[in-house]
Each structure stands twice: as structure tokens, then as C-alpha cells.
Design a protein around this ligand. Structure first.
Ligand code: NAI
Length: 648
């Protein structure tokens, strides 16, 4: 606020409204008792009263902005959606937002959304209702309509306005995928009027909102594509794409969004039957459940009682260590990367450069990230890092020898972590002077893509070390899952038994492609045998031996290993691999009950883990299996699935 501003409506809880000397009303959303802005019913009610107030005393213009460091608006209040279980309450919730944003769109004075940081879901729909939008040029400015990922649709005007503003091709892509765009991309596709530097944002907003420019809308061709008679053509193409991605119709929301755009110009109030069917669909409930599980995992990181890690040292620049180091450097940490083989460090730097180019785009930010990733073959960084992660070869003796060698060089309060996937963390720490500092931080491959990280506690772990590890995983924007130090922890223990069961089906005479087909139909992103080939049959064999014992290993697995067929990495396993792809041929029709049998093995093992306290409760087990294995999210998690279908 500047000294020239006067407070316009002092009794608001979530907003402040001021008026400057040009008569511009500045409406700042700073939701009470929350770190982020959400469009809860309380906030929406207050927004309505602000509009009443402004109608009575019209400003020269209205600028809506955020008072939160965290961003503009994170969307609607998901808990309010979760409470919707009939058509009537669904319709009421949608009507409230739709009408309120319509009032903004119809305001007689120019309106502008000044977007800094995240602008998601209902937040973007509010911005779309404004005449103008400016995006502040900073890395965390991201705009999206992610509703489809929750099994719902953007019902507050987004489906109606987005295709008009940026054209239906790009708009459908955003709405059907839930993908976000950054500030510059938003400007280049016409979603915002311009990108402004943070320092000049307020000035630019004042100038723009009073500038009298016509509002932006899509070019001629795109407008033509939004014409009622042309829409069905584009819709057919989109439907084909949806059918390809989800041939079994597990996810209804994208089809509903498309229908609402074609038939009702994006107005859900004209399609109450669609609201009813979606609000009662199991998929919607399960996806909302998965959202809440995700928030619960995020909270472990958000609430960690530790300062962020500034200096990280990684030992082992192979597949995992190299990629962990790259990700940490991308997220702003200073990282030293050690390996006994200099070439592995150089290769890791090359992969890091690819990652930075893909994710950061901006040249200066790419260079800064490269500068933060320092090759360190001699391990000088060990003495400076708050966290040292070991990701060397999976061999307990070699790992213990490394720990013996480096322990005296660690800073007194440094945390030591291992990325082991199958060894006992407790056992690895047996020769340490200070066992309380050793923790497992278990990433999944590929590091940049897999959202889950298991945080493995031993009986001697110090809570400060645990908090540090949680904070670190949060810095990487990953989901930490606390687990106990038991064989395979949660995810690999569950996966191993599921993969072994799939292999037993092959022993019994079924084709690999047929077994995989059963699980694809269930909704898994990849069949178990293709997954086993991808992970490596040697690794599955080792994990299986630990968990199930030598005697119960499937014959086909041993046969492949006898022939040195390790899966994808050797070019042959359950499949022949060419160009990075499994050559599957045609799959036979899976016999009835096959999916239940395989999923039954997975669920049994998940239950076993809960019984043994590997994770604290059933919800955390579901969360771990969903985010660690890709378990069909629309099923709500393995234990939830069993409880809701009583499959044994
Ligand atoms: P990798 O074989 O790709 O890399 C290991 C690296 O460690 C090599 O570059 C090697 O030169 C280096 N190294 C070995 N001994 C060393 C020492 N004493 N000092 C310095 N460098 C040394 O192995 P990968 O796959 O990256 O696995 C590393 C760790 O991560 C293992 O514990 C593995 O179980 C675990 N892990 C692996 C996953 C995967 O999918 N590859 C997934 C999750 C965990």
C-alpha cells in the first residue's frame, strides 16, 4: 500500500480494499489463518460483498492481487468439493462461483488480475473473468486448471472463457491434461496480456487497467474453431486422443469437460445430469481421496522442524546419485558430487544439463543451476555439507567401508543418508561412531519423475536427522513417506511380491503380454512383467530372495537369469526390447480372475506392511503404493480398493 491509498472497506476478514489517487480499487486477497489463498465459501461471500460495495461506490478500475508470499490463488477449497455428494449441493457450489465470476466479468469498470506465483483452478477462473491479466515474471508463476486430475471440471466459468481467450485447441489441452503454463508461455499463448517484472508489477497493473485496450481474445482461426458448428470436428479429434489415453473409460472427467464445451459452451449449469453423475462417480471420490493423501505426505515435509539444506554432498554419480544431485542443484542447493570414476561425474553433469534445459528453460537459470553442481572426485564437500547422501553400488561391505572412511570428516551435526533399496539401514550403520545421524532417503528411478521418497528410520535415529531429511525432500518438491527399516521398506516389498505372482502366472503357462494386459485393464500404467523387465530381472530376483526366500522364486525368473536375460538393459527378458520399447505382439484375452489374483497379492503384502508397522496406517500405505508404483489412482489405493470391493 502506498501513502496515497485509503482503506475502502475496513471490516473484511480475508481481503483488504484500498483506493489510490487515480480511483483504482486494489483488492488484496490474504486469506485469514491460511498460508495460501483458497476460494472457500467464506472468501467467496466476502468477494460478493466487495462487489456490492464497489457497485455502490464505483472505482475507476479494479485490480485483484494477492497478499501471500506463496502465490495468487491455489484454487477452490477442495474440502468443500469433498462434501458434495448429491446433484443439489454440487449444483449450488457451481452456481455460486459461476454467478459471482459473471458479476466480475460484467463489471462496468475495467478489471485486472495481477498474478504472481501459483494461479490454479478457481484462481485462474477468477482471473479469466477479469478484463485483463498480467503475470509477474518469476519462476513460480504457474497457471493451470487442474480440476480434471481430481475427476472434476472447471465449473466457475473456466470452460467457457478459456477457449475464448486462448482458442479452443490450447484451452482443451490445458483443461483435459490439467497441465500448467509459466508466465512467459501464458503470454505467448494469449492467456495473459503481458509478463511484467516483479519490481514494476504494481505500476504496470495501474497503467494497464486504465489503458483502455480491448480485452485479449483468440485469433480468427481459433475463434472459428470455437464456433458451435465447428466445435464437433475438434471435439472428435480430442475424443480420439482421450480414448487412446484411457481406452477403458476409467476417467470420466475429460469426456464430461469436452461434452460441456461442445454442447453447453462450457456452462455446467446447463448440464445438471453431468454434475450429478460426476459427483457420485467412484473415480471422483477416489481422486479427491488421492489428493488428500498427497497433501498428507506433503505435510510431513511442510511441517518439518529443520532449516532447509543449503549444501548437499552426494557420493556415487551413477543412475541415482547423479540424478539426485542434479535435482537438488535445480532446486537451489549447492551440491558437490563425488564418484571414484570421474567419467560417471561427467555423464551425470551431461544429464543434469539436459534436465535443466528441459525444466528451467531460461538461460541464466540453467547456467546458475549448472554452477551449483560441482564435481568433487576427492570429496572436499563432505566437510561442508549439512546432508551427505550415499548412492554407491548396492553392496553392504563397500557402503560400510565408505562410512568408516568419511565419518570423521562430516560436520558434527551433518546428517548421513543412504539411498539403498534393499539393504538394512541399521546394518549399514553398525560401525558408525554416531548411528543417530544415519537415515535412509530412498528415491525411485527415474528420480526427476517419481514423486515419492521413502524416509527410512532405524531404532537409533535422532529426530533432528529425520526432520532434516523430511525438509530436504520437501525442498525437492517430492512426497516424503516415513517408513521403518524393514526388507524392501514399503514400496519394493509390495512390488516384489506382485511381480513374483505375475511371474508364477507365466510358470503356469500364460503369455507375458496376456498377464500384463490384465493389469492394464485394471488401470495400472504398466504391466507387471514389463515393469520387471524395466527394473531389471537381477534386481527383482535379489529383492524376491530377501522377501520370499529362494525356494518360492518363479522358475521363469531363474531361467531368464541363467540365460543372462536381465530385461530392458540386456535387450531381452520377458520381452525382446528394441529402441527402448518392449516388443509385445498381441496379448491374449486374460482369463477371468487374473487381475484379482495379482492385485490380491499386492494388497496382501500391503496389509502385511501395515500389520508390521512399516508405515503408520492404512492411508499412508495406500499413498505410498499409489505414488511409489503408479497404482491406478482412480481406485483410491490398494487397501481402499479392497475395503470398497471386498476382493480377497
Ligand atoms: P550405479 O551403478 O548406476 O552407480 C553407482 C556409482 O557409485 C558408480 O558410478 C560407481 O562408480 C560409484 N561408486 C561405487 N563405489 C564407490 C565409492 N566407494 N566411492 C565413490 N563412488 C563409488 O548405481 P545406482 O543404480 O545409481 O544405485 C546406487 C544406489 O541407489 C544403490 O544403493 C541402489 O540400490 C540404490 N537405488 C537404485 C535404484 C535404481 O533403480 N537404480 C532405485 C533406488 C535406489
Amino acid at each position: 500500500m502506498t501513502t496515497a491509498d485509503i482503506v475502502d472497506a475496513p471490516t473484511l476478514e480475508h481481503f483488504t480494499l484500498t483506493r489510490d489517487k487515480q480511483g483504482i480499487a486494489w483488492l488484496c486477497l490474504d486469506m485469514a489463518d491460511s498460508a495460501v489463498n483458497r476460494l472457500s465459501s467464506g472468501v467467496m461471500q466476502e468477494l460478493a460483498s466487495v462487489l456490492d460495495h464497489l457497485s455502490a461506490q464505483p472505482p475507476s478500475a479494479l485490480v485483484i492481487h494477492s497478499g501471500k508470499e506463496s502465490g495468487f490463488i491455489a484454487g477452490a477449497d477442495i474440502d468443500e468439493f469433498s462434501g458434495v455428494n448429491d446433484a443439489e449441493s454440487g449444483l449450488a457450489l457451481i452456481a455460486r462461483g459461476w454467478r459471482l465470476f459473471d458479476r466480475i466479468a460484467a463489471a462496468p469498470w475495467p478489471t485486472l488480475a495481477l498474478i504472481r506465483g501459483h494461479c490454479l483452478g478457481g484462481g485462474l477462473e477468477l482471473a479469466l473473468a477479469c478484463r485483463y491479466r498480467l503475470a509477474v515474471d518469476q519462476p513460480d508463476t504457474r497457471l493451470s486448471l487442474p480440476e480434471v486430475r481430481l475427476g472434476i471440471f472447471p465449473g466457475w466459468g473456466g470452460m467457457h472463457r478459456l477457449p475464448r481467450v486462448m482458442g479452443p485447441v490450447a484451452a482443451l489441452d490445458m483443461m483435459l491434461s490439467g497441465r500448467s503454463v509459466g508466465a512467459r508461455r501464458a503470454a505467448s499463448v494469449g492467456l495473459v496480456d503481458a509478463v511484467v517484472p516483479p519490481r514494476l508489477a504494481r505500476h504496470a497493473a495501474a497503467q494497464h487497467v486504465l489503458g483502455g485496450k480491448p480485452p485479449r481474445h483468440a485469433g480468427r482461426l481459433q475463434q472459428w474453431l470455437n464456433h458451435p458448428q465447428v466445435k464437433p470436428l475438434l471435439a472428435r479429434l480430442s475424443r480420439r486422443k482421450i480414448d487412446k489415453q484411457d481406452p477403458r473409460g476409467h476417467y470420466p472427467a475429460p469426456r464430461v469437460i469436452l461434452d460441456m464445451w461442445v454442447q453447453h459452451d462450457g456452462n455446467p449449469l446447463k448440464a445438471p445430469e453431468q454434475i450429478e453423475s460426476l459427483s457420485q462417480a467412484d473415480t471422483t471420490r477416489n481422486l479427491l481421496r488421492v489428493f488428500h493423501l498427497q497433501e498428507r505426505l506433503k505435510d510431513f515435509g511442510r511441517h518439518a522442524q529443520a532449516d532447509p539444506v543449503q549444501r548437499l554432498h552426494v557420493i556415487g554419480a551413477g543412475t541415482m546419485g547423479g540424478d539426485i544431485a542434479a535435482l537438488a542443484a535445480m532446486k537451489g542447493m549447492r551440491v558437490t558430487l563425488q564418484d571414484q570414476d570421474r567419467q560417471r561425474i561427467a555423464q551425470a553433469q551431461g544429464r543434469a544439463a539436459d534436465l535443466f534445459r528441459k525444466r528451467l528453460k531460461d538461460k541464466r537459470r540453467i547456467q546458475a543451476a549448472l554452477d551449483r553442481l560441482v564435481p568433487d572426485p576427492a570429496g572436499h564437500g563432505i566437510g561442508h555439507a549439512e546432508l551427505v547422501i550415499e548412492a554407491i553400488t548396492e553392496d553392504a561391505d563397500i557402503k560400510r567401508a565408505l562410512f568408516r572412511d568419511i565419518e570423521a570428516r562430516l560436520k558434527p551435526d551433518a546428517v548421513l543418508a543412504t539411498n539403498t533399496s534393499s539393504l538394512s539401514v541399521t546394518d549399514l550403520g553398525s560401525e558408525l561412531q554416531n548411528r543417530a545421524r544415519l537415515i535412509g532417503i530412498h528415491f525411485f528411478n527415474p528420480v526427476a519423475r517419481m514423486p515419492l521418497v521413502e524416509i527410512v528410520s532405524t531404532g537409533t535415529l535422532d529426530d533432528e536427522a529425520r526432520q532434516k531429511a523430511l525438509a530436504f525432500v520437501h525442498q525437492l518438491d517430492k512426497l516424503p513417506l516415513p517408513v521403518l527399516d524393514t526388507p524392501g521398506f514399503l514400496v519394493n516389498a509390495v512390488l516384489a511380491l506382485y511381480l513374483l505372482e505375475a511371474m508364477r502366472c507365466v510358470d503356469e503357462g500364460l503369455g507375458a503380454a496376456t498377464v500384463d494386459q490384465a493389469m492394464l485393464e485394471f488401470g495400472m500404467p504398466m504391466g507387471p512383467l514389463e515393469l520387471a523387465d524395466t527394473v531389471g530381472l537381477d534386481i527383482v530376483h535379489d529383492a524376491g530372495r530377501h522377501l520370499a526366500g529362494d525356494n518360492s522364486l518363479p522358475r521363469c525368473l531363474s531361467a531368464h537369469l541363467d540365460r543372462n536375460e536381465l530385461g530392458k538393459k540386456s535387450g531381452r527378458g520377458f520381452y525382446v526390447w528394441a529402441g527402448g520399447k518392449a516388443q509385445k505382439g498381441t496379448a491374449g484375452t486374460p482369463p477371468p480372475g487374473l487381475a484379482d489374483r495379482l492385485i490380491g497379492a499386492l494388497i496382501d503384502q500391503t496389509e502385511e506392511c501395515v500389520r508390521h508397522g512399516v508405515v503408520d496406517d492404512a492411508d499412508l500405505a495406500d499413498a505410498g503404493v499409489i505414488f511409489g508404483t503408479g497404482f491406478a489412482p482412480f481406485r483410491g489405493g490398494p487397501l481402499h480398493y479392497r475395503a470398497s470391493t471386498q476382493v480377497d
